[in-house]
Design a protein around this ligand. Structure first.
Ligand SMILES: [Zn+2]
Ligand SMILES: [Zn+2]
Length: 201
């Protein structure tokens, strides 16, 4: 029997942006689905809800170190936005509006939530395990998840991030300049009208 490759291939829908995720120990990766309104607003703003959201509005996300995300081509198409003046930075491929990842607003804190719409490998569950946490699911009771983010998950994110920071991963991200911590492309801030137009409710 052929063994499945443990390589995770990344790419946008049109194929201009390509990359891969290097293997981290599965224990330091969180495979989650987020049902919050903001994640839905992001996908809907890009008109990418069909390729991103599950039937209950969840966005499947692989939380890992940005240093494990390698872009091979098309980095000039990688852009970002924010739903408001503050908050997380949301990255996408502007060539075809494929959601790519969420990060903190500064690159000094190494964290990336790679969105499954940017993952090409079909058998990703066999590599990193199934979705373990369904967070902010109060809007979607059918999703059968947590109301917010459980404390265990939050603790794991913080301890992973501190470890990645010690390891110097913030200097090695496809999304931020390794020296200044500034995003590689200027975030577009959505207007209130744009945000409202894309909001699920
Ligand atoms: Zn594309
Ligand atoms: Zn969310």
């Amino acid at each position: 029997m052929a063994t499945l490759s443990s390589e995770i291939t990344l790419g946008c829908q049109c194929g201009k942006v390509t990359g891969n995720m290097q293997r981290e120990p599965a224990a330091s990766i969180n495979h989650i689905s987020c049902y919050c309104k903001d994640c839905q607003t992001f996908s809907r703003h890009l008109d990418a809800d069909a390729i991103t959201l599950d039937e209950h509005g969840g966005t499947a996300i692989i939380q890992t170190s940005p240093a494990t995300v390698k872009i091979h081509s098309g980095s000039e198409h990688i852009k970002c936005l924010r739903l408001g003046p503050k908050g997380i930075t949301r990255w996408y491929a502007e060539c075809c509006n494929t959601p790519i990842a969420n990060t903190m607003s500064s690159g000094k804190m190494p964290f990336s939530g790679v969105i499954r719409s940017f993952v090409k490998t079909d058998h990703v569950e066999q590599i990193i395990g199934p979705i373990k946490y369904r967070v902010f699911a109060s809007l979607s009771p059918q999703a059968n998840g947590h109301n917010k983010a459980p404390i265990g998950l939050m603790a794991k994110i913080v301890s992973n991030m501190l470890w990645w920071k010690l390891r110097g991963d913030h200097r090695n991200s496809p999304f931020f300049n390794g020296v200044t911590g500034k995003p590689v492309s200027e975030p577009k801030i959505l207007s209130l009208a744009e945000r409202k137009a894309a909001s699920p409710s």
